[in-house]
Design a protein around this ligand. Structure first.
Ligand code: DC
Length: 224
């Protein structure tokens, strides 16, 4: 019997690291839905810069083909035939993803792609509206929280580990801007599903969070 674990929460709360780790332990597929919005954000950025116009965004989104595949290294995402898995991680694409994700046409376009992934295989899927809209019947639902200041510190550390520099205040402002947009948009805002368990990742590593969640949810690792 296949099952789904929905993990929602704000940017930087640790969703992807925790979900990836849980997928590894449980031997199921990890689906990073934010990457899909990022692909559309990238397509818009390439054609129209930091465009915020819903009509232009819908027109470009209508023309592009977004797809994803999984291999032993994890998920890859494609814009047409092009593998854009690395390029979508750029900072301006993070903001563009948040902007395009508020456009109804974009959310509709990506809906079936996400649901199809959970059709006939077990998945752990992370995003903003997985437990509320994409997989409302998911067997397990988690809502991750973490203060914006802690998330900004983590991001700065991550950049430093990659040999990059970053400004804490700017990172914190970007996180708050994204939180605000994701939580206040009219369609599918970031909100905890009534039946989700809330988990604060402050002071936890991805490994310890994943282990604890697997235990709290009563899931069975592949070794058991
Ligand atoms: O998880 P992420 O940071 O890669 O997501 C990028 C943006 O995509 C995020 O700001 C909000 C949007 N998003 C969404 O609206 N719904 C999802 N299920 C996943 C992401």
């Amino acid at each position: 019997m296949s099952y789904a674990i929905a993990i929602d929460g704000p940017a930087g709360a640790g969703k992807s690291s925790i979900a990836r780790r849980m997928a590894e332990i449980l031997d199921i597929i990890y689906v990073d839905t934010g990457a899909l919005y990022r692909v559309i954000g990238l397509a818009v950025y390439r054609e129209a810069g930091m465009c915020q116009d819903p009509e232009t965004i819908s027109r470009i989104a209508d023309q592009v083909e977004v797809s994803l595949s999984h291999n032993e290294k994890g998920q890859r995402v494609f814009l047409g035939e092009e593998d854009v898995s690395e390029e979508i991680r750029r900072e301006e694409i993070s903001q563009m993803a948040s902007i395009v994700s508020a456009v109804p046409f974009v959310r509709e376009k990506l809906l079936s792609l996400q649901r199809d992934m959970a059709q006939c295989q077990s998945v752990v899927m992370d995003g903003r509206d997985i437990g509320t809209r994409i997989l409302p019947n998911a067997e397990y639902k988690v809502f991750l929280v973490c203060p914006a200041e802690e998330r900004a510190r983590r991001r700065l550390l991550q950049l430093r580990e990659q040999g990059l520099s970053g400004d804490y205040d700017q990172i914190l402002a970007d996180i708050k801007e994204r939180d605000h947009r994701d939580m206040t948009r009219e369609i599918s805002p970031l909100v905890k599903a009534d039946d989700a368990i809330e988990f604060d990742t402050t002071g936890h590593t991805a490994e310890s969070s994943a282990d604890e969640l697997i235990e709290v949810l009563g899931l069975c690792p592949r070794s058991c």
